[in-house]
Design a protein around this ligand. Structure first.
Ligand SMILES: Nc1nc2c(ncn2[C@@H]2O[C@H](COP(=O)(O)OP(=O)(O)OP(=O)(O)O)[C@@H](O)[C@H]2O)c(=O)[nH]1
Length: 200
């Protein structure tokens, strides 16, 4: 299917990835979209975005995923991008205490800038670095609970749980968007309930 026809027949969701600099936001996006990992990916300046297509229970969904800069000096550029966000992934690095300590501030940014019904997920990245872990899974879980957000740990490097994180976020966000924005397929084209993904 060509790009324009596919957009017409898909629900389109705006997704943001936020968190401190160097937690692995760009690597998470690259792993999700291209199934790749680049060690020296370089810091994000301002924002960057990619499209990804998922099928959730026979419903084609297109995600417009914005990778925002974690560095403070680019924050004013990024704050306008919270507008119209359907879903936000807040990332910290399980080997970096400061990135975890800042999670509450990122949630404050969300309540100041994003729509009130935005869907969130808290993501602890770099679980391949278990020997350098300084934030336990229980600490992550309990912070997420206090912020009323689901929680998952991932590794952009190894690919662990990356698709699951985006699928969980999408499933929840779809529940909140207006029926007029939904594009359910009338004919059944897939029989699996597993999410299917392709990126462009
Ligand atoms: N071991 C390991 N390293 C990772 C992982 N994800 C990212 N990294 C490394 O962490 C560093 C930062 O990754 P980025 O994806 O650039 O981080 P970012 O959050 O986008 O950073 P900014 O663009 O500055 O906001 C890079 O050196 C990556 O190679 C992971 O899952 N495991």
């Amino acid at each position: 299917m060509d790009e324009s026809r596919e957009s017409e027949s898909s629900s389109i969701l705006k997704v943001l990835i936020i968190g401190n600099s160097l937690v692995g936001k760009s690597c998470i996006l690259l792993r999700f979209c291209d199934n790749e990992f680049v060690e020296d990916i370089g810091t994000t300046i301002g924002v960057d975005f990619r499209f990804a297509s998922l099928t959730i229970q026979e419903e084609p969904v297109k995600l417009q995923i914005w990778d925002t800069a974690g560095q403070e000096r680019f924050r004013t550029i990024t704050s306008t991008y919270y507008r119209n966000a359907d879903a936000i992934m807040i990332v910290y690095d399980i080997t970096d205490k400061d990135s975890f300590a800042q999670v509450k501030n990122w949630f404050r940014e969300i309540s100041n800038n994003a729509p009130s019904n935005v869907t969130t997920i808290l993501v602890g990245n770099k679980i391949d670095l278990e020997n350098k872990r300084v934030i336990s899974s229980d600490e992550g879980k309990s912070l997420a609970k206090s912020l009323r957000s689901p929680f998952i740990e991932v590794s952009a490097k190894m690919g662990d749980n990356i698709e699951t994180a985006f699928s969980a976020l999408t499933v929840e966000a779809l529940k909140k968007i207006k029926p007029s924005r939904r594009r359910r397929k009338t004919t059944l084209v897939q029989f699996s309930t597993q999410p299917k993904k392709k990126c462009c």
